[in-house]
Design a protein. Structure first.
Lengths: 439, 373
């Protein structure tokens, strides 16, 4: 049954939307022309972009955002995953990785040849990342260096000094390796600036996400997937920071003036895990029921800096973390930088590697962002983010939030059962008491 | 007397309950062999590996996504079904995300008593890994002492290390009997011995191994056939080896965590006992997630074992959806091919599809026979 859509709130397009797209376009253009432009191109996971930031004219090509982008080119994406399977690798492995490897094997990208890096640097945010770039470097025939961050349980306790020191020592060793491998000098000042700026980007993004607690939500998740990109990928530079400052102002204004992402917002949900990158229209479908998806753990934490804590009611809560410079001061030397980098890694990694932290975060978001329900992707394409997804669902149910789980693959569209997902979504919307508002 | 190993493996709960009654001591479960068991044993506790039952189940699906490995789901199912109600604690050395999920779900939903999760480095060859792991062991030791209300002395550690090292030595001696052609001990028997060592008091297991060695040295080779090595992931069902050995083949070596990876290297004594234990776990034949740097140490080790045990072919096995082994297996297959060693890949699940796997193994063995001709 369809109800006439009655607009409850004002709405308008985001002014800074185009800027986000431009940043991404510019970044990929520079990656593809890295050699021509005299840039030092490294590759590895997206969060490893900071690890080479002490080199002048450095640009990092992150595997996951590349996989997410490539997923949106149907023919090439299929060619790439099939190429990886031809090499003998299983179909249930990380989808971003299979796209990346296939792209290397075929020497094809959406914009020309695969941009071959000079070296690969990695930090192990999940089991797949532990091995992904070991093999990438073999395929590419380039040097490889990896670091790791200890995991513990429960995840939310602070790391011990010896654990922070171990990670910092690895990063220091990595700097020496980079200098030796590339024959270039590391610039500690440049690195310190990049590190502080990266953290500021994460704080800015977290503040923007926090504003989505407002009713109506100023942002919808589909738009946010484009807006969060510079906080996790791309270049760490002044323009990116200016973008986020401008976006923050714009979203604050939208909250003040009750400008909604979804004009007929009647219900709110969160989404856990990556989205199906090739089918982002999925989020528009729920908007046809007056339901806005306000974001979720993946979106908030991957590019945001948060403090997860237990509130006075004994429930998980979260707030934007203070910038690291406020907490630790400006780093004075390489040792300080590596210590700071280590502290930041512990905070971020547990949101991928820890089932207990993730479900606490999901409950915190559900409560803080006042959702009516939660949608969780059981993601065949990512074991890291699927770690704990079932327990997160149980935790949300126990807190009284209705949930809908759907199985898909964030970057391999061959595992997208559109009919089934649509049916589930429709049933879930109806279970929330929502009727479709427009055809 | 070799049947005793299988009987104990298959009746491991009864063994553990009886051990508790006899000794009055505690039992802690663990899921992955990267737990430093010597430390737990030195505390007077029996570490037992939590294993699955290889029976279909549906209790773990609510807690662990179905695309995580069958072992972690089966292991959790045993806990949820109450099969391990007798354990006094659950302890873990960090291995993979899937088994970490099993640990998280276990301690969240099952009354567990003592719990401890210890980070075991993945970059085992890093120059600072040993110092780091020694600190982790110090912390674990302190926590054990607090939890158990007892001090773990250097003497306790020395005695524990000696028991474990003896077990490793004895198992190496038994494995050496597989170098003969035909071998004096089958792969099935060896797997029963190793799996039983993971669920028994090693002091008692050592006595059985000593008796077994006497018997084995005096026996005629029980069977012959194409010499195969099994390489791969968790596979505690010795029925897999039995299936392979039912088709004119004999399993002469392995690189499994229920095989040689478990016991291959000893603790080399040092003044700092914890540093010595740390070194042992860093230096042991790695599983895929401990072989993550530019140089792949597993390949060298596997090739050496193939040569040492004169394997004619390699079976590459893994639990379905096991990402770590999915990373390594194609690389290992390619590496073996470069060295003229045929290999064949098989995937396992909670239950083993014996019939189809036997047919495929038979075809592989026949292919090896043709190559010999």
């Amino acid at each position: 049954m369809v109800q006439e859509a009655k607009k409850l709130y004002k709405t308008k397009p985001l002014e800074n939307w185009g800027w986000a797209k431009e940043l991404r376009k510019k970044y990929y253009e520079r990656v593809m022309k890295a050699k021509e432009l005299g840039l030092v191109l490294s590759s590895g996971s997206a969060h490893s972009r900071i690890l080479g930031a002490g080199l002048e004219n450095h640009i990092h090509f992150g595997g996951e955002p590349y996989g997410a982008s490539l997923a949106q080119f149907p023919e090439l994406a299929t060619e790439c995953v099939e190429a990886t399977e031809t090499l003998g690798f299983a179909r249930d492995m990380c989808a971003y990785m299979r796209l990346y490897w296939g792209s290397v094997a075929l020497n094809k990208s959406p914009w020309g040849e695969f941009p071959k890096p000079e070296f690969v640097i990695q930090s192990q945010i999940c089991d797949s990342h532990s091995k992904w770039h070991q093999h990438s470097s073999e395929m590419l025939g380039v040097p490889f260096y990896t670091t790791e961050v200890p995991q513990f349980y429960p995840a939310m306790r602070p790391p011990d000094k010896y654990q922070v020191d171990y990670v910092a020592a690895q990063f220091s060793d990595m700097v020496e390796w980079i200098e030796k491998t590339t024959g270039r000098k590391w610039n500690d000042q440049l690195f310190a600036d990049a590190l502080l700026r990266l953290n500021r980007l994460h704080v800015l993004w977290a503040k923007i996400c926090e504003l989505n607690q407002a009713i109506p939500a100023p942002l919808d998740i589909k738009s946010m997937f484009a807006l969060y990109w510079p906080s996790t990928s791309g270049e760490i530079n002044e323009e990116t920071e200016n973008f986020y400052k401008a976006l923050l102002e714009e979203v604050q204004d939208r909250v003040k003036n009750q400008i909604a992402a979804v004009a007929n917002e009647r219900a709110r949900v969160l989404h856990e895990n990556q989205p199906p990158w090739y089918a982002l229209w999925f989020f528009r479908e729920m908007e046809k029921y007056g339901c806005v998806c306000i974001g979720g753990g993946y979106l908030f934490f991957l590019g945001g800096s948060w403090e997860l804590y237990t509130d006075e009611k004994g429930k998980p809560s979260m707030r934007v973390e203070k910038p690291i410079e406020e907490r630790l001061g400006r780093p004075k030397n390489r040792e300080d930088c590596m210590h700071m980098l280590s502290v930041l890694h512990f905070g971020r990694y547990r949101m991928i590697t820890s089932s207990d932290a993730k479900r606490a975060a999901a409950v915190a978001i559900a409560r803080g962002w006042k959702v009516d329900g939660a949608i969780l992707m059981q993601n065949r394409g990512c074991e890291g983010l699927s770690l704990g997804i079932s327990e997160t669902r149980v935790a949300l149910i126990n807190e009284g939030f209705p949930t809908m789980a759907y199985e898909a693959n964030m970057a391999d569209r061959r595992e997208w059962d559109e009919a089934q997902v649509r049916d589930r979504l429709e049933a879930f919307m109806e279970s929330l008491g929502l009727k479709r508002l427009e055809p | 007397m070799l049947e005793q190993f299988r009987e104990i493996s298959q009746n491991r709960h009864e063994y553990a309950l009886d051990w508790k009654k006899r000794t009055g001591r505690k039992v802690f479960g663990y899921m992955c062999t990267y737990l430093p068991e010597e430390l737990v044993y030195a505390a007077g506790v029996l570490p037992v590996r939590v294993l699955g039952s290889h029976e279909p189940q549906d209790v773990s699906e609510r807690h662990i996504y179905a695309m995580f490995c069958p072992f972690c789901r089966d292991v959790l199912a045993q806990g949820l079904k109450g099969k391990y109600n007798y354990i006094d604690g659950l302890v873990m050395g960090h291995a993979c995300m899937h088994i970490k999920q099993a640990y998280d779900s276990w301690v969240t939903h099952i009354p567990t008593g003592y719990q401890y999760y210890m980070f075991m480095p993945q970059i085992v060859t890093h120059p600072k890994a040993k110092a780091y792991l020694t600190e982790e062991l110090k912390k674990f030791k302190a926590d054990l002492e607090k939890g158990l209300g007892k001090t773990i002395t250097d003497k306790d550690l020395d005695q524990s290390i000696e028991v474990f090292n003896t077990n490793r030595r004895l198992l190496r001696q038994i494995y050496d009997l597989r170098k003969q052609d035909p071998p004096l001990v089958t792969g099935t028997e060896c797997m029963d011995m190793v799996v039983s060592s993971q669920v028994m008091d090693k002091a008692e297991h050592n006595k059985l191994l000593e008796q077994a060695l006497v018997e084995l040295k005096n026996r005629k080779p029980p069977k012959s056939g194409k010499r195969l090595m099994i390489v791969g992931g968790e596979c505690d069902d010795s029925g897999v080896a039995a299936m392979v050995e039912s088709v004119n083949a004999v399993v002469v070596a392995d690189d499994l965590c229920v095989g040689s990876r478990y016991f291959w290297n000893e603790v080399i004594p040092e003044k700092d006992r914890l540093a010595a234990i740390a070194a042992r776990y860093l230096d042991r034949p790695p599983c895929p997630l401990k072989d993550v740097t530019a140089h792949r140490y597993r390949l060298d080790h596997i090739l050496n074992m193939v040569k040492e045990f004169k394997a004619e072919g390699v079976l590459l096995i893994m639990q379905k959806f096991c990402d770590p082994h999915e990373f390594d297996i194609p690389v290992i297959a390619s590496f073996l091919k470069e060295h003229g060693i045929p290999s064949y890949f098989m995937e396992l699940d909670i239950t083993i599809p014996e019939g189809p796997l036997r047919t495929r193994t038979e075809a592989f063995v026949e292919m090896l026979e043709l190559e010999t001709v």
